[in-house]
Design a protein. Structure first.
Length: 131
């Protein structure tokens, strides 16, 4: 439930997901990442995970498709995909776009831990390579 309805914190002009891990016995939310006192959390709008992935990977192919993409996908995205019955569609999209990788628990951006991300490195052929 929490993976499908993430909350975000705004830092500057960028929103970062602060994924909820569970509700404890006292009814308090426990997060995967640190929540500092005074941080304002906002419920994020939900987009179709498969459509969004296809759009973003497709945009990378405007000047030619990557030979391979090495990706780290937050496990919370996998949970969301399974719960929304999009896991097969996402697997097909990743296969079609030559994505190889593994699941993580988010990513570290400076001092900030961020959840529900897919981060990768795309490898392209050199521009003068015709093979």
């Amino acid at each position: 439930m929490f993976a499908a309805h993430p909350v975000v914190v705004r830092l500057g002009d960028v929103h970062h997901v602060r994924a909820i891990q569970r509700v404890n016995d006292a009814g308090e939310l426990v997060f995967f990442s640190a929540i500092n006192e005074g941080m304002v959390l906002t419920l994020a709008d939900h987009a179709d995970i498969a459509e969004h992935l296809e759009d973003r990977l497709g945009a990378m192919q405007e000047d030619g498709a990557p030979v391979e993409i090495l990706a780290c996908d937050c496990i919370l995205r996998r949970i969301e995909a399974e719960q929304s019955q999009k896991a097969r569609a996402i697997s097909e999209i990743l296969r079609r776009h030559n994505v190889t990788g593994f699941s993580t628990y988010g990513e570290q951006i400076g001092a900030l831990h961020v959840n529900q991300t897919l981060t990768g490195v795309a490898f392209f052929r050199p521009e003068d390579d015709t093979n």
